[in-house]
Design a protein around this ligand. Structure first.
Ligand SMILES: [Ca+2]
Length: 202
């Protein structure tokens, strides 16, 4: 049932950001990290629904949500669920499938106030969700974060799209203090370049 709701989310939400202006490489790309709640009774997502990259850069990977992007004005968000997509590449096996799904209040500067931390088991090319019961009120800007501190190598590996955006919403961090937009993450380019999996999705 989660899968069917995802398809609806992809159809309804799509790419909500305006078309990107030409800009220097690398452009911001989006993780498959989504939040489901009451603003639009659907998933908020910045990814375009087409998986293109897998990556395990950083110890923390998160999406910064600004509800103004979806509702036309900033709204506190009644979060029912966050959803995370991963890909287990046979050449780069995970040392662990479990991760912490974290929900934080915070601006683009970074996560600031922890609202929830739930241990979730990542699945291969399928949604893994943290369900909030009761649901959680967030600020108008919040983060959904994959915390991989249970792993020795940043596993499980998350999925991301390949559509550039004018504003970065997906970030990696090695220390939870400095959050670099992916794929501009300092140490990510070399690893990400050989982690490309475009062909696998055709
Ligand atoms: Ca994108």
């Amino acid at each position: 049932m989660i899968g069917s709701s995802l398809m609806i989310a992809a159809l309804l939400s799509g790419q909500v950001m305006p078309m990107p202006e030409p800009c220097g490489y690398p452009p911001p790309l989006d993780f498959f990290i989504r939040a489901n709640g009451d603003v639009c009774r659907d998933f908020l997502q910045y990814d375009d629904g087409s998986a293109y990259w897998l990556l395990w850069d950083g110890i923390w990977r998160g999406t910064w949500f600004d509800t103004n992007d979806f509702a036309g004005s900033p709204w506190p968000f009644w979060c029912h669920q966050t959803e995370y997509w991963f890909y287990h590449h046979s050449s780069y096996p995970w040392d662990i499938s479990a991760f912490y799904a974290e929900l934080w209040n915070g601006t683009v500067a970074g996560p600031e106030t922890l609202l929830d931390r739930t241990s979730v088991t990542a699945l291969h090319y399928a949604p893994a969700s943290a369900i909030y019961n009761p649901s959680i009120w967030t600020d108008t800007q919040f983060w959904a974060v994959v915390n991989t501190t249970m792993s020795g190598g940043g596993w499980p590996s998350v999925l991301a799209d390949n559509s550039p955006n004018p504003v970065a919403h997906s970030f990696c961090s090695d220390d939870f203090l400095y959050w670099a937009p992916w794929p501009e993450f300092q140490q990510s380019l070399e690893r990400s370049s050989w982690a490309e999996i475009k062909g696998l999705f055709r």
